[in-house]
Design a protein around this ligand. Sequence first.
Ligand code: SF4
Length: 330
Amino acid sequence: MTAPLLAVDGLVKHFALSSENWFRRERPTVRAVDGVSFTLGAGETLGLVGESGCGKSTIGKLVLQLIPATAGAVRFEGRDLVDIPAAELRRLRREIQVVFQDPQGSLNPRMSVAEIVLEPLVAQGEKLTPALREYAGDLLERVGLTRAHATRHPHEFSGGQRQRIGIARAIAPKPKLIICDEAVSALDVSIQAQVINLLMDLQDEMGLSYLFIGHDLAVVRHVADRLAVMYLGRIVETGPKHTVYTAPRHPYTQALLASVPVSHPRQRRARVGVRGEIPSPLAPPPGCHFHPRCPFAQDICRNEAPPLREIAADHRVSCHFAETIVPAKG
Ligand code: SF4
């Protein structure tokens, strides 16, 4: 069996906050990511979904090595990015790119579009030659813009066009993996569809893998091959898209899916929700983190954290009662 392109193993990220209480010995700690494991194959899209604050964007930053992990491994083509020498990590950065949620904030307003698009190559030491500028024009055409846009600046573009610039920048170094961190969340629904279609076309042409981070299950459903549902720093359910959407076994996944209207495109943007508020990651509930909000909770749930275990081929669920909790109809 060939190694997956990306293998995340036991990833942990805790943020220690500064304590306002001088007499308190331990600084309060946010457990943003708490032992997350998953794999992503070449040409595959994994949708990482959950409510705001569940840790999904932190995972994106950890994979990109923008922040250090507290524990665990991030293996890209078998090499652990956490441990490799800086020079090799810099070279590998070509292979892993990112498209952020906010195209406005992620594009330098003082740079021309060509300079922005070529940024990852210049960061790797390439010179801004005429040939490279020509390549920038090719990239802009590839994402549905024109060569004439190369000399303009980000403020001259709409939100959807700016996200196309961000995508052109991401594909410039011909990466193998792109992390799409809420990449279409800030766009209007009609523009979302165009950008998603562009991402899927590029995937077919370039054999790209996507780690597609999002909170809108209707959007993620469109693009993902497999899904990983996160709750308070942990994956609670993962499996092939069809399985998770048609036969979800974790009550949280079921609640997320039940809250996604599908009849009207505008309703698809409704905020996902389950009963009650998500608890603070500063003090996650003991046992199963979901138990204060779970209609099926029993005593064991309050005391023992359920492991993420395989209940069917490639379908893993973190629930003591996954076999007996039947998906709701409708
Ligand atoms: Fe609900 Fe218990 Fe399953 Fe957690 S382990 S999701 S509390 S039934």
